[in-house]
Design a protein around this ligand. Sequence first.
Ligand code: SF4
Length: 251
Amino acid sequence: MAYEAEVLSPLQARAAELNARLRDAHPSQILRAAIEEYGRDGRLALVSSFGAESAVLLHLASEIDPSIPVLFLDTGQHFGQTLDYRKQLAAKLGLTDVRDLRPAYSDLAVQDPSADLYKRDTDACCNIRKVLPLDRALQDFDAWITGRKRFQSASRLSLPVVEIGEGKLKFNPLANWSKTEVDAYAKEHALPAHPLVQFGYPSIGCWPCTHPVEEGEDSRSGRWQGQDKTECGIHVTRAEPPSNDGVGGDI
Ligand code: SF4
């Protein structure tokens, strides 16, 4: 019995070709390839949480192009330490284009006027505070970069170096690196740690949904503790790319 070969779209074919070429490359080579191919006309963005391990990817990128647009989801629910760290780290690395993405006032007014939606519906809260602001921002870009790594959780074990996200190429330069390699890079370059790492937070998001973890647990097990939820939604594959009016993004 003959099986038909899967027909890839041009974007899928491009992602597969880049992934095959870069899957064993050093993170700096992956970043350089992304920046050379998509960064020259400002069509490439790096998305950073300025969390526990963010300094490594940001440092690698700053060594190649400190003017790369860096998108930070300022959800309005971050620890004060994260907001301070975002400012200090950007200044130290000489990043010149860090953009704070905030929720739409209309979404907050209608869905979360008391800033406690996280108590009732974390998916809805992440949608208006993370997913929709990123959807709107990514409309200005053709490709994006994330700091995700395979070792962070069981759900990220098969993370490719290049994939498709939000209908665009998505580079994960640190996918292959182990925790030991990430820590060694941070130490070699004397990168400042997020101030909450010393208190047992290996993964840091919004304060209501982030807890310290025990030694040996998944680094992301302190996120949304007690819920099935493991991702905020910005890295969840959606059936349709976001609509141009910025109100799409069902997850
Ligand atoms: Fe809301 Fe928590 Fe998601 Fe932050 S992580 S947007 S507080 S549900």
